[in-house]
Ligand binder design. Structure first.
Ligand SMILES: Nc1ncnc2c1ncn2[C@@H]1O[C@H](COP(=O)(O)OP(=O)(O)OP(=O)(O)O)[C@@H](O)[C@H]1O
Length: 593
């Protein structure tokens, strides 16, 4: 919208003013705009509205020099002598005055005498008329100012409305008595309301959960969780109430609301540009290529995926890429680290609870990660750390596709794809009875095993290159490669922490580098002497040989348990005879089928 700051836009008012002046003074009036185009006029000037005053004239001088001019004797006037219209001018006298606003000329208003008697009026009232015309010019410029202000306000209002309407937050402003004043479209949308249910209504009638914070305990509840129900429609989210004060006087409130599920969806949408896809995962080794291929196939299915691999091998990265290639990509990807949350909290984190489920339960209850991941993917990282109690609950969710919330009266059906990951040997845990076998099979429909970095050394140069770029950028340095000695050391190193460790080492080295190349001087000491470090780095408890032997036998038995000639295969795999195998089973008290 362009602000209409020209007399053209108030010409009707100006014409009324011209006619009013004529009726009082009985002298013709004409008004031109900043381009000397006549926009109002009386008498013979009425027909000339819209015409332009060409050439030099008193009006032009008045406009350009912002001065009032009075001509009561055209023959003696210097202005008239120079005027381009002098040969056919029928004017006997004139008074004109510039219309200015904020130092800018918007036009000129003039009184014109076409008869001797009109000329006499001008002559006799020179000062009075000049003063009067000045007042009329002010009247017009004030009118123009009011018009500009109104349009500016209108423009600001439109901008604000558009801004507020395009927000992904619902917003409502209320007066001090709680009456709804303004709201945006998102507000109606998330609460499933139409204008007639909102306009002028009391906010606590529309949203009962606002009653307490607004009327009882503002300090305590100025933000909180809400649960809203209307005709079978339900949403949960978070509200914030802000006071609006003018000169320390409370004038009302602005309340904003976030629909939790939508916020997560939007988060995912916003991050779409940075969404990891399989092509962005660095690695050209055959093994990684094969895994990318398996992952792509897995992304097109809704079966569970179990990603195994040492810490830092990219399990979460692959899980995200699988989600992003799937038809769930527009819905949430929710990652939960089962090892990082204490067991009693993990249950409510995963499954949520209803309001009043237990002492200390939050008002409005809590949405569980499974609910948040509805129609998307949940990534259960470190699944091997989940307690048996929660394993049983998870199994139920997998089997029934329903959630049984703590304190919930009814079950909630969910549509979530499960990808889990672990760096533990789940099969071993199953054999020891610390991971449920039935759950293991449910989770492991599509197994993906990520190799450690040392198993795909050919990818190390690529990863170094990529990571240098990433961290050089982040740290504002211009390091761009490693020299050949560093490359050799890095190719030989054992990388127990895999890619995460490689990132850590590159970040350190970039910090230590003073040129564009990373040399042996800038890399950490620990990776320079691989062999010694292998010994130092491996902090695992030393196990007895008997213990190791027992574990390997159990592993082999598990591996071949579904084969007919399992004992023969086990013995062969262990490099011992069947008789020795039986002896050892007895020795270690291992019961097998
Ligand atoms: N192939 C890869 N290309 C680029 N970066 C990678 C690659 N694989 C992993 N990374 C990066 O390495 C880091 C560790 O990856 P991620 O967290 O996926 O590993 P993880 O196996 O899930 O680790 P943990 O078991 O410790 O949770 C992340 O910063 C990730 O972006």
């Amino acid at each position: 919208m362009i602000i209409m700051n020209s007399l053209e836009y108030i010409k009707e008012d100006i014409q009324n003013i011209a006619e009013a002046i004529l009726s009082v003074l009985n002298i013709d009036v004409t008004i031109v705009d900043e381009n000397l185009i006549r926009i109002a006029g009386t008498g013979r000037y009425l027909r000339k509205i819209g015409e332009r005053l060409d050439g030099y004239s008193a009006f032009k001088k008045s406009l350009e020099e912002q001065i009032s001019i009075i001509i009561d004797d055209p023959h003696a006037s210097n202005i008239c002598k120079e005027c381009d219209h002098k040969t056919y001018c029928k004017e006997h006298a004139e008074v004109c005055c510039p219309i200015t606003l904020d130092g800018y000329s918007y036009g000129v208003i003039g009184l014109i005498a076409f008869t001797e008697s009109q000329k006499e009026i001008i002559r006799e009232n020179r000062d009075g008329l000049l003063n009067f015309l000045g007042k009329m010019a002010d009247l017009i410029s004030n009118k123009l100012k009011a018009q500009i202000n109104t349009e500016e306000l209108e423009l600001e209002k439109k901008k604000l409305e558009t801004l507020i309407d395009s927000m992904d937050r619902a917003i409502v402003s209320v007066e001090t008595n709680g009456k709804i004043d303004k709201y945006n479209s998102k507000f109606k949308e998330i609460f499933n309301l139409n204008d007639s249910e909102v306009e002028g209504k009391s906010v606590v009638k529309v949203l009962s959960f606002i009653n307490e914070p607004l009327n009882k305990d503002f300090k305590r509840y100025k933000s909180g969780m809400f649960f809203y129900r209307k005709d079978g429609y339900e949403i949960k989210g978070i509200y914030n109430i802000n006071k609006i004060s003018v000169k320390d006087k409370l004038k009302g409130y602005v309340i904003d609301f976030i629909d939790k599920r939508e916020a997560i969806k939007n988060y995912n949408r916003i991050n779409k540009d940075y969404k990891i896809v399989l092509d962005n995962i660095i690695g050209e080794s055959n093994i990684i290529k094969a895994i990318k291929n398996e992952s792509y196939i897995a992304s097109k299915s809704s079966s569970t995926v179990l990603i195994t691999g040492e810490s830092g091998t990219g399990k979460e990265l692959f899980a995200r890429a699988i989600h992003n290639h799937s038809d769930r990509a527009d819905n949430p990807f929710i990652a939960v680290n089962c090892a990082a949350i204490p067991d009693n909290l993990l249950e409510s984190e995963l499954f949520g609870y209803e309001e009043g489920a237990f002492t200390g339960a939050k008002k409005g209850g809590k949405l569980g990660k499974f609910e948040l991941a509805h129609k998307g993917t949940i990534f259960l990282d470190e699944i091997g750390d989940m307690s048996l109690h929660l394993q049983a609950k998870l199994l139920r969710v997998l089997q029934e596709r329903e959630l049984d919330k703590i304190g919930g009266k009814s079950n909630i059906s969910i549509d979530v794809r499960i990808i889990s990951a672990t760096n533990k040997d789940l099969e071993d845990m199953v054999s020891k009875g610390i991971f449920r076998e039935d759950l293991y099979y449910r989770l492991n429909v599509i197994p993906i095993h990520l190799p450690s970095l040392k198993e795909r050394r050919e990818d190390i140069p690529l990863l170094i290159d990529y990571t240098i770029k990433e961290y050089s950028n982040k740290l504002g340095k211009n390091v761009d490669h490693v020299d050949k000695d560093v490359l050799k050391v890095m190719m030989d190193y054992r990388w127990p922490g895999n890619i995460r460790e490689l990132q850590n080492i590159i970040e350190y080295s970039i910090n230590m580098s003073s040129s564009s190349v990373i040399t042996l001087d800038s890399i950490p000491q620990k990776i320079k002497s691989t062999n010694i470090n292998e010994l130092i780095d491996d902090n695992r408890e030393i196990r007895t040989l008997e213990d190791l032997e027992k574990q390997e036998i159990i592993r082999a038995l598990n591996k071949f348990k579904n084969f007919k000639k399992d004992k023969e295969l086990v013995a062969k795999a262990l490099g011992i005879s069947r008789a020795t195998l039986y002896r050892k089973l007895e020795k270690y008290n291992i019961v097998s089928k």
